[in-house]
Design a protein around this ligand. Structure first.
Ligand SMILES: NC(=O)C1=CN([C@@H]2O[C@H](COP(=O)(O)OP(=O)(O)OC[C@H]3O[C@@H](n4cnc5c(N)ncnc54)[C@H](OP(=O)(O)O)[C@@H]3O)[C@@H](O)[C@H]2O)C=CC1
Ligand SMILES: O=CC(=O)O
Length: 293
């Protein structure tokens, strides 16, 4: 099967690599074209523009940073819309909001193509290991056609129905994740400032009812002050922002998430946006130090 792949950031590179390893013929494009070379070394071919990729491939997957990138790659000059049409499918796996998915869906359908949104839960390592959780919605026929590729990329795919539902599910999940990361940061700070060992706190957490892979993976690195980006903080803040907007639309009060969003915004303002989202710990630590008598 031949697929196109647009966007070779942390996630896209791992996902396209996985497809190549499983025998897919992959044509890649990235805004910074030089980043395609690593994939070429693994057997990919390069499309000079998103339109060129879509012209060549029946199915094209995108994995881009945010709504503005997702829209630009579709609607701008040399974009997806110039070549999408009958018999072609476009699958956007980026984390965006439902309105962005609807705009893309309508435009692709108007050209005779099919669209599936399919954001993923799981970070760099699950992407490398083909262990993502895929949250798809939109054209069911295209979804069914993509199942073999989704099986390479992920451990489980959910088809959630009408367009927008994948985006909404992803935002709810990441809203919870961002709040949990803030809560862990506060707990580590509180343990430290009150004379306890933060490492012992991690050991205790890992044995109890709130043990989870995120605390286990990120906790020790946070104590080392090591924030090599798996999930960039700027993307987590984008997800909190979009989840809060979904809360606004539905009149759902989310004070915990709003507070977490403020901490991520503060981290961005301090220049931590390109670090892992666990770097919000630096903000929480700083806040507790400045509060000292
Ligand atoms: N990292 C993670 O753990 C996870 C991330 N996600 C989501 O997946 C998506 C990608 O994340 P990730 O790979 O980490 O992000 P990166 O920041 O590593 O990569 C972003 C990609 O988007 C491209 N891009 C950005 N702006 C534009 C634009 N205006 N036009 C065209 N291309 C653009 C970048 O191109 P260039 O190289 O030129 O900058 C790059 O290919 C995001 O929506 C994120 O929220 C979902 C699950 C996990
Ligand atoms: O979106 C990030 C993730 O880890 O999932």
């Amino acid at each position: 099967m031949e697929v196109g792949f647009l966007g070779l950031g942390i996630m896209g590179k791992a996902m396209a690599t996985n497809l190549l390893r499983h025998g897919y013929r992959v044509t890649v494009w990235n805004r910074t074209l030089a980043k395609c070379q690593e994939l070429v070394a693994l057997g990919a071919t390069v499309g000079e523009t998103p339109a060129a990729v879509v012209a060549k491939c029946r199915y094209t997957i995108a994995m881009l940073s945010d709504p503005s990138a997702a829209l630009s790659v579709v609607f701008d000059k040399d974009g997806v819309l110039e070549q999408i049409g009958d018999g072609k499918g476009y699958i956007d796996m980026s984390t965006v909001d439902a309105a962005t998915c609807s705009k893309i869906d309508e435009a692709v359908k108007q050209k005779g193509g099919a669209f599936v949104e399919a954001p993923v839960s799981g970070s760099k390592k699950p992407a490398e290991d083909g262990q993502l959780v895929i949250l798809a919605a939109g054209d069911k026929t295209l979804y069914d056609e993509m199942i073999p590729a989704f099986d390479v990329l992920g451990k489980k795919s959910f088809f959630l129905g009408e367009i927008g539902n994948g985006a909404k599910m992803k935002l709810v999940v990441n809203m919870i994740m961002g709040s949990m990361m803030n809560s862990l940061s506060e707990g580590l700070s509180l343990a430290d400032k009150s004379g306890l060992s933060p490492q012992t706190l991690l050991d205790v957490l890992d044995l109890g009812a709130i043990a989870n892979p995120m605390f286990k993976l990120k906790g020790p690195a946070m104590l080392q002050g090591s924030y090599n980006p798996a999930f960039p903080l700027k993307h987590q803040q984008k997800d909190m922002r979009l989840a809060l907007a979904l809360g606004d639309e539905n009149a759902v009060s989310m004070p915990v998430s709003a507070a977490a969003n403020e901490a991520f915004k503060k981290a961005r303002s301090l220049g931590l946006g390109d670090l892992d989202f666990s770097a919000v710990y630096e903000v929480v630590k700083g806040a507790s130090s400045s509060g000292q008598a």
